[in-house]
Design a protein around this ligand. Structure first.
Ligand SMILES: [Zn+2]
Length: 241
C-alpha cells in the first residue's frame, strides 16, 4: 500500500488570532472534502488522531477504508471515528455515545492539525498587533499524501483490463483511436477531430500509431483513459469505460 517514495502536499497557515485559525481550519476541511469528492474517492473518513510528533490540537486524519490499509480506525454509528491508536487498548464502545464501535483497516490520505503556538512559541515567531504589542502567531498545517491517494484511487477504480482513472485525474480524458492508419480518409477525419478538441481545451490523446486495433484498444484501457473515441469505416463511436 505504501510506495518507496513519499510525496507530500504540505501547507501551513499563519494567523493573528485563534479564532481566525479555527475559521481557516474549517474552510480547509471543506476544501479537503471537495478534493476527495473530485477524485471520486469513496469511504474517506475524517478521524480524530494522535498529535504524533507535530504537537498542537484538533489533529484529524483523512482515512480511506481499505483492506490493504496500514492503520486501524474505530468507527461509531454516531458519525465519530478515531485512529485506533488514540483509543485505550480493547476499547469496544464509542467514548461519546457508548454505542459499540467497529474496527476497519484504512489508508491514511491526509492529515490536518491546529498547531496553535506549538512552533511560534519556541521560535518566538511574533507580529505587532493593533495595539502595538508583540503577539505570537497561531499556526495550522494541512497535508496530503499524494502517492497514497493514487493507491486508493487505483484500488477503487480498476477492472481486469487496467486502471479506470476518474476524469479529473486521468492522464487524458479522451483517446482518439484511428482503427486503420493506412486509410487516408480516417486519418484526415481523426486529425480534424483531434484539432477541434484541442482547440476546445479538451484533454485528448490521439493514438496515431500504425498498430492493430486490438493493441490500441488494449493500451487505452491499460493507461486508464476514461473515454475512447474510435474512428473507423463504420463511423465515430464513443465508449466510456
Ligand atoms: Zn458514538
Amino acid at each position: 500500500m505504501r510506495g518507496r517514495e513519499f510525496t507530500m502536499k504540505d501547507a501551513y497557515s499563519f494567523h493573528a488570532t485563534e479564532k481566525c485559525m479555527e475559521e481557516y481550519y474549517k474552510k480547509m476541511q471543506g476544501a479537503y472534502a471537495r478534493i476527495f469528492k473530485n477524485l471520486e474517492l469513496k469511504n474517506v473518513l475524517h478521524v480524530t488522531s494522535d498529535n504524533g510528533t507535530m504537537g498542537g490540537r484538533d489533529s484529524r486524519e483523512y482515512m480511506c477504508i481499505s483492506d490493504n490499509g496500514m492503520d486501524d480506525i474505530a468507527i461509531c454509528g454516531c458519525g465519530l471515528a478515531w485512529n485506533a491508536e488514540v483509543l485505550p487498548a480493547n476499547t469496544k464502545e464509542c467514548p461519546a455515545c457508548k454505542k459499540p464501535i467497529k474496527i476497519e483497516r484504512a489508508n491514511e490520505l491526509g492529515h490536518i492539525y491546529c498547531l496553535c503556538q506549538r512552533y511560534s512559541k519556541p521560535l518566538n515567531l511574533t507580529f505587532i498587533n493593533e495595539s502595538g504589542k508583540q503577539q505570537l502567531i497561531e499556526m495550522a498545517t494541512f497535508g496530503i499524501g499524494v502517492d497514497r491517494i493514487v493507491v486508493s484511487i487505483i484500488e477503487q477504480h480498476h477492472d481486469d483490463r487496467g486502471i479506470k482513472w476518474p476524469e479529473n485525474i486521468a492522464p487524458y480524458k479522451y483517446n482518439i483511436i484511428t482503427l486503420n492508419m493506412d486509410d487516408e480518409n480516417l486519418v484526415k477525419q481523426s486529425q480534424k477531430l483531434y484539432d477541434e478538441m484541442l482547440a476546445r481545451g479538451e484533454s485528448v490523446l490521439w493514438d496515431d500509431r500504425n498498430l492493430s486495433a486490438g493493441v490500441k484498444l488494449k493500451d487505452s484501457d491499460l493507461i486508464g483513459i476514461p473515454n475512447k473515441i474510435v474512428i473507423s469505416n463504420k463511423g465515430v463511436s464513443h465508449e466510456k469505460r
